[in-house]
Write a protein that binds this ligand. Structure first.
Ligand SMILES: [Zn+2]
Length: 239
């Protein structure tokens, strides 16, 4: 994204002011962390990355869209795709194992932030985001995509039922069997979805970092920390 002039950042858990399980750059509200700390962390991230305070919404593992304009706020609407055509509006999704996807078409001037866990992946939330962008004048082959840190296929053990849902929706090579265990590859599933709707291979970048097992830097991981953890932020802003 950066080489194309798009401002985009994926945070990790370092450099903030929160303590205990939220140590230290927790960007998730309503998790039990002090709200002042979360706000301070947001300011730290946005100032260091040169980004406006982002729009955020209530994420529900679906594929609904929220159009954003003006200065960023925490909306009470439920959505997993945020989109804007405004330079003053930055967009963010919160994750702690789910896959954040940032999308941009600089020519048309439109960006999106997408929250894709396994349910969103089954619901093809990434493709829905591309469809909405194309409805607004974008061509898929001009869209840049950046897939951020998420739980990797190294660590994302799923039930047979979840594995079956992903296989039906995204293809059998999304799921790997190791012994009697089933593991899913969220990055690959969403990468293939984006290729499937016409994005160019060279326009898709993958961080390929596992939030569960990566140690440098460390990330919040809902699965590893048994739900008692903070949230990363993926933020995008038109130049
Ligand atoms: Zn891992």
């Amino acid at each position: 994204m950066a080489k194309h002039g798009i401002k985009a950042v994926f945070s990790d858990r370092l450099g903030g002011v929160s303590g205990c399980e939220f140590s230290s750059l927790n960007l998730g509200v309503d998790l039990g962390d002090d709200e002042d700390y979360v706000q301070q962390n947001l300011n730290i991230l946005c100032q260091s990355a040169g980004l406006a305070i982002p729009h955020q919404c209530l994420q529900i593992h679906g594929s609904a869209v929220l159009w954003c304009s003006g200065g960023g706020i925490l909306h009470q609407e439920e959505a997993d795709i945020l989109i804007t055509k405004e330079r003053q509006s930055s967009l963010a999704v919160r994750t702690a194992d789910c896959l954040p996807i940032l999308l941009a078409d600089k020519q048309v001037g439109i960006v999106a932030a997408v929250h894709a866990g396994w349910r969103g992946t089954v619901a093809k939330v990434a493709q829905e985001a591309i469809n909405v962008m194309c409805d607004k004048g974008t061509k898929a082959e001009n869209i840049l995509a950046s897939l951020g840190p998420c739980i990797g296929s190294c660590c994302f053990e799923v039930s047979q039922k979840v594995g079956d849902s992903l296989s039906v929706s995204c293809g059998e090579n999304i799921v790997q069997h190791r012994g009697d265990k089933v593991f899913a590859d969220l990055v690959r599933a969403n990468f293939l979805q984006l290729l499937g709707v016409g994005l160019s291979l060279e326009h898709i970048e993958c961080t390929n970092v596992c939030t569960f097992c990566n140690t440098s830097p460390e990330y919040f991981s809902y699965r590893r920390d048994c739900g008692k953890t903070g949230r990363q932020l993926a933020v995008i802003n038109l130049p």
